[in-house]
Ligand binder design. Structure first.
Ligand SMILES: [Zn+2]
Length: 281
């Protein structure tokens, strides 16, 4: 999956670090990141390419390599020079197809950081400019409002009925691949209750024997995904919610093979589908 960068290791501990010459600088504009692209490989700008006077903020390290984020209030005037040198703004959503898993993951995580800082400049209570805590990854306002990183819990449910699993497709035109039932946790419910509710809301069946499988940080939607397998409880007759899904149906392992479903090395959904297909769940 996208977060599996072994033997490289992520260090997310909050620190206020000084950049080194080879530290990466993550620069975003809208949903795009500044990088040099060479077919399916990418490279990120490093601190040595800038004057010392840019405002940057330490975000995380992978192994000894530090990643800093350009401050969201910093003007992007200097970018045109970098574009002349080969840099380009690259769609964050397309990062998942890039090689070099650790660099891909660093850029992807950077987009999550950027989304949070960029949409958390001012206090939602009083409108004043938010300040950065020196002790932890948190923004605060003089009125007492504290803002922590936006990480939305959500579930992916592999609903199993004997030799078959429930496969869906989203109703929008953006996410056209096969999917599993998925959805965000509501206020006041446990993650297991989210599984039951989402399956009922999306396809109209009951589930039991809910068992945790794996989790996945999914920066593209500021989400932490929790993958569960569960068993059908009662009737297998589907009642598809057409406002959310364009399709839902039961597929056997051999049918999934015929559909050429395989682990894409990126998403928890395809990891789960392939595990089921291979008879490992
Ligand atoms: Zn405030």
């Amino acid at each position: 999956m996208i977060q599996d960068i072994f033997p490289h290791k992520l260090n997310i501990t909050y620190k206020i670090n000084e950049p080194k010459d080879d530290s990466f600088i993550l620069i975003f504009k809208d949903n795009k990141i500044l990088l040099i692209r060479n077919e399916d490989e990418i490279n990120l700008p490093t601190f040595r390419e800038f004057n010392d006077d840019i405002n940057i903020r330490y975000a995380f390290s992978i192994d000894e390599k530090q990643f800093f984020l350009l401050d969201v209030d910093e003007p992007l005037d200097f970018v045109s020079v970098m574009e002349d040198e080969g840099y380009t703004f690259f769609d964050v959503a397309k990062l998942r197809k890039v090689k070099h898993s650790w660099l891909r993951y660093g850029a992807t995580m950077g987009s999550h950081f950027y989304d949070w800082y960029n949409t958390s400049r001012f206090c939602g209570c009083c409108g004043k400019k938010l300040m950065h805590s020196k002790k932890e990854r948190m923004l605060y306002c003089e009125c007492g409002n504290l803002i922590y990183p936006k990480i939305c819990p959500a579930i992916i449910a592999g609903v199993i009925d004997g030799d078959k699993i429930l496969i869906t497709k989203y109703g929008d035109n953006i996410r056209t691949r096969y999917a599993l039932v998925a959805g965000y946790t509501e206020i006041g419910e446990t993650i297991e209750e989210t599984v039951k509710r989402e399956v009922m809301e999306e396809v109209g069946v009951k589930v039991k024997n809910i068992r945790y499988y794996k989790s996945q940080p999914w920066a593209f939607s500021d989400t932490l995904l929790f993958g569960f397998f569960c068993d059908l409880d009662g009737s297998n007759e589907l009642n598809i919610n057409t406002e959310e899904l364009s399709y839902g149906g039961w597929f056997s392992r051999s049918e999934l093979k015929d559909m050429n479903i395989k682990d894409d090395g990126v998403s928890l959904t395809y990891d789960m589908m392939s595990k089921f297909m291979d008879g490992k769940v």
